[in-house]
Design a binder for this molecule. Structure first.
Ligand code: ADP
Length: 324
């Protein structure tokens, strides 16, 4: 019977990671387990930055943004000897199970640890919504709300000054933050990873809107264009619409998690402990609606992303009549 459980957060932080940690600690403590935080993800596992914590730690963090356990990128964790030292640190403390909260890179680390004898359960902690085994990752809802709020604010001032604004949002190769944010924020044009518009397409669409609307909001995923500031200059020159670029950046990753992110994260934390107590390992948790589901981590990493092309096309064509 497992007596001690470790928890770490890894990769890019996301709102709700703390809520997940809180769920793990509270449920594990209620089951009589000792709970340990590993500071700064796999880096801390390697460096033996392991601290015993109790329910008071969990009480204080459920509503806090960021991750109180800390996070870090530690590419060296791909090396077997590095992982062996990390495992020794756990074994010295008799910690036999680990809950890992992070993105797909962190999942790979958890899979490796499972293969090496540590019972690992992985939770989807990333704002990007790029883990297909979960309908929504922990942090996506909060980041989305920040994006929509930002679009609303930027549109206000774009309206006042009759401007076009290109807003760059996060999401890495996944366009969900841009697509969902653009739709919910009432953007005019959305360009997403997987279905990017060319610079010429954007220029053409904005040029057509000039004289018809007072302001234009274009939402784009990060990494699609060399520089959105340069793109804004090109759009302005070609369309005659005064154009600015706004990169939302890390504000998307900060602040209090929404109620849904907290709820999803906390309940996944409980489920992770339940699975560990059942002797399970190498599983990734996700949600389908309000139901928590689990897949072998390797399978979870292979699930193809749902195509958003139809919705993206429908949305970008909404303006077609007025800009024909
Ligand atoms: P995310 O988890 O948000 O996708 P990263 O891709 O940076 O972020 O991964 C987080 C950490 O997971 C890395 O810094 C590294 O420590 C670990 N990791 C990533 N890929 C692997 C791998 N193939 N094997 C073992 N550990 C890995």
């Amino acid at each position: 019977m497992i007596k001690k459980i470790g928890i770490l957060t890894s990769g890019g932080d996301s709102q709700g990671m703390n809520s997940a940690v809180s769920g793990v600690i509270k449920y594990a403590q209620a089951q009589g387990l000792e709970t340990y935080i590993i500071k700064d993800g796999y880096l801390g596992l390697y460096n033996n930055w392991i601290e015993k914590v109790d329910s008071f730690f969990a009480d204080g963090i459920i509503s806090r943004g960021g991750t109180a356990a800390g996070s870090a990128r530690f590419p060296e964790f791909q090396e077997e000897e590095i992982r062996e030292k990390a495992i020794k640190n756990l074994k010295d403390k008799k910690i036999e199970a680990l809950v890992v909260i992070g993105g797909d890179g962190s999942y790979k680390g958890a899979q490796r640890l499972s293969e090496m004898g540590i019972n690992c359960i992985a939770l989807p902690g990333t704002i990007d919504n790029d883990i297909s085994s979960s309908e929504q990752t922990i942090g996506f809802d909060t980041a989305l709300n920040i994006i929509v709020d930002s679009i609303d604010r930027i549109r206000d001032t774009s309206q006042s000054h009759s401007r076009c604004t290109i807003i760059e949002v996060m999401g890495r190769h996944c366009g969900d933050l841009a697509l969902y944010g653009g739709i919910a924020g009432g953007a005019d044009i959305v360009s997403i990873g997987g279905n990017p518009l060319s610079e010429e397409d954007i220029i053409e669409k904005v040029t057509k809107l000039k004289g018809i609307v007072r302001s234009v909001v274009v939402v784009v995923s990060e990494h699609l264009y060399d520089s959105v500031h340069e793109l804004a200059k090109k759009v302005q020159e070609a369309s005659g619409f005064e154009t600015r670029a706004s990169v939302l950046g890390h504000i998307q990753r900060g602040g209090k998690p929404t109620a849904m992110d907290r709820f999803r994260a906390f309940t996944m934390g409980i489920r992770a402990v339940e699975l560990i107590l059942d002797g399970k390992s190498g599983l990734a948790l996700g949600n389908v609606g309000e139901e928590i589901v689990d897949y072998p981590i390797l399978e979870a990493l292979e699930i193809p992303r749902k195509s958003r092309k139809k919705l993206w096309t429908q949305f970008n064509n909404l303006n077609i009549r007025r800009i024909k």
